[in-house]
Write a protein that binds this ligand. Sequence first.
Ligand SMILES: [Zn+2]
Length: 160
Amino acid sequence: MASGLRNSFRCDPEKAFPLYQYLELELPKVWPDFYLGSKGLDEMGDDHGWTFPDKAEIWLREDVYDGLRTDRGRDRFTAAHELGHLVLHGCPLARSRRPSGELPLFRDSEWQADNFAGEFLMPVEVVRKFPDPWTLAAECVVSEQAASVRINELRRERFI
Ligand SMILES: [Zn+2]
């Protein structure tokens, strides 16, 4: 689903995905109800993002929104994670982490949103080309930590 959505937006495959431009300009053209907004720290507190799939809204905390706009890796990943909730999950505000052990990992909505974000920002073909966290992070404009998790995940699943 992540690669389908990514590929439906024509962009230079050699460059990092222009996530801010996509969410602010391109996605509303094909999905008029979609809205990306930001709210202050006073309202959102420790939460970096809120997603309301029933209203097609994503809200990012002000500093996270700024980070998305200025290509900060960690905030790009958060925005892609929220996009994952929006397209994968029907329940509103799919944010809270369930206590571990309650259900299989792949059924956990946080795990699913993280994996969506990983595939969306670091497609498997790109990871094959740059299978080290530093280069991958630079190429895809994500944090080295996110790049490292992605590489390990794909190695474990034997995709690379
Ligand atoms: Zn989440």
